[in-house]
Design a protein around this ligand. Sequence first.
Ligand code: FAD
Length: 493
Amino acid sequence: MYDIAVIGAGIAGCSIARELSRYNVRIILIEKNSDVADGTTKANSAIVHAGYDTKPGTLKARFNAPGAQMYERLCSELDVPYKKTGSLVLAFSLDEMKTIQKLYDQGISNGVSDMEIIGKDKVLEIDSNLSDELVGALYARNAGIVSPWELAIALAENAVENGVNLLLDSEVTNIEKMNGLYRLHMEDKLVEARLVINCAGLYSDKINEMVAAPSFKILPRRGQYNVFDKSLNFVNTVIFQCPSDLGKGVLISPTIHGNTFIGPDAEDIQDRESVQTTMEGISYIWEASARSAKGLKPNAVITAFAGIRARSSTDDFVIGESKEAKGFINVAGIESPGLTAAPAIAIHVADIVKELMGGLGANADFNPARRKVLRFIELSEEDKNILIKQDPRYGRIICRCESITEGEIVDAIHRKAGARSLDGVKKRVRPGSGRCQGGFCGPKVMEILARELGIDIKDVVKNSRKSYILTGETKDKSLYEDVHDFAAASKKI
Ligand SMILES: Cc1cc2nc3c(=O)[nH]c(=O)nc-3n(C[C@H](O)[C@H](O)[C@H](O)COP(=O)(O)OP(=O)(O)OC[C@H]3O[C@@H](n4cnc5c(N)ncnc54)[C@H](O)[C@@H]3O)c2cc1C
């Protein structure tokens, strides 16, 4: 029996589980996928928004700027790469400059500091590749970039280190309320808890409807992206255009690991799993980003991806105890700026839990710091040599595009909440994120996974439970037992 069951291990669920692990409560974090951060948290713009574009008075506005302010400390505690790059919202006409002024005023109401409206010359000093046609911009120095999935994984790892139980491959299919407890049914498991926190992202309306009448709907909205090779070192800051009814528009941004990307578009869709990219979507983001900057090269694109926003029919985050189900807390409709707001949402949800449970005692063993991740490429030559002498696996480069060593991959597998799949390793230490997209390193990573997990290489999966990569051997050795040439073997077939 648990005090608290958190459903969904995206950035919301992981932030909340980790925040609650500061207290003396039994917590279980339940995820239907085979890894943490496999929903919307793994496919978004990765921007820590300063907070000027959320409507004052909304929950989005309430949690955005405070969330952004918590990033520096949080990422340093958890050893997650984060960079305060600043952001620019470009204006291409005097009319758009009025929008810039509105965003600035909105930012002031939302408690955003360090913003400035600047003219064309200053904009081009900050980012010289931008269009000559721009008139000015809103410069928000507090915006930043992060790796959303690395942060969610680090939060989950730290939560587990502080006593949270993480249950993967476990889809909640039904919830019953019995004698003041919730019983969460999964295919082959049953979990009981006093409180339930619904962080199920795109499925949060379905989870809510397991205990209450529908009070909001999730309206999926897809966004597509192109990612460029690191050779295209294009912008230093996050480049937005003036927002529209469909959101913040197409942006050009650096990633925390040194790539550039463009996107997203905004397309309302029915299917909550439809993460494919389309010709229309990709063409749109190219057209739109060409307005911000010239010189983006299609031949530098290394991959495309899409993410789906869990937009709520209420047009705001849905956070709080259900009116109909005592002890059932919704953290739903967490679309943008949900990544930014997550640390502040977690503190707010912990306050709700404290109230519902009549206070919480501190977890005396809570440690906010995660064991540091050794990033080989960031070490000095001297430190690299020392490390290789201590552990020769750090001397074997597995991913040549990103310079990732065997030692880093093995560590990613053996950490708490460690990698279990090819994508799990990629999300943690990036082999397969470079120009070859795993073409060279993929098989080697599979061998390491099989060896370290003690499984057959045919059982190594790409991401989910049955996403096998190898279906069998290309040459059945038994055919060659008593014959020694291919012609004879062919006859035997
Ligand atoms: C295109 C796009 C761009 C964005 N850009 C930004 C940005 O730049 N900055 C920003 O701040 N925000 C951004 N966001 C928003 C941000 O990505 C989300 O707010 C955030 O990732 C939502 O996290 P979550 O934990 O609520 O959902 P998710 O990450 O989707 O996690 C929900 C989890 O619940 C699990 N789950 C679902 N049903 C069940 C079940 N029945 N049982 C068990 N588990 C279940 C899912 O598998 C999933 O892992 C963007 C979003 C999109 C789509």
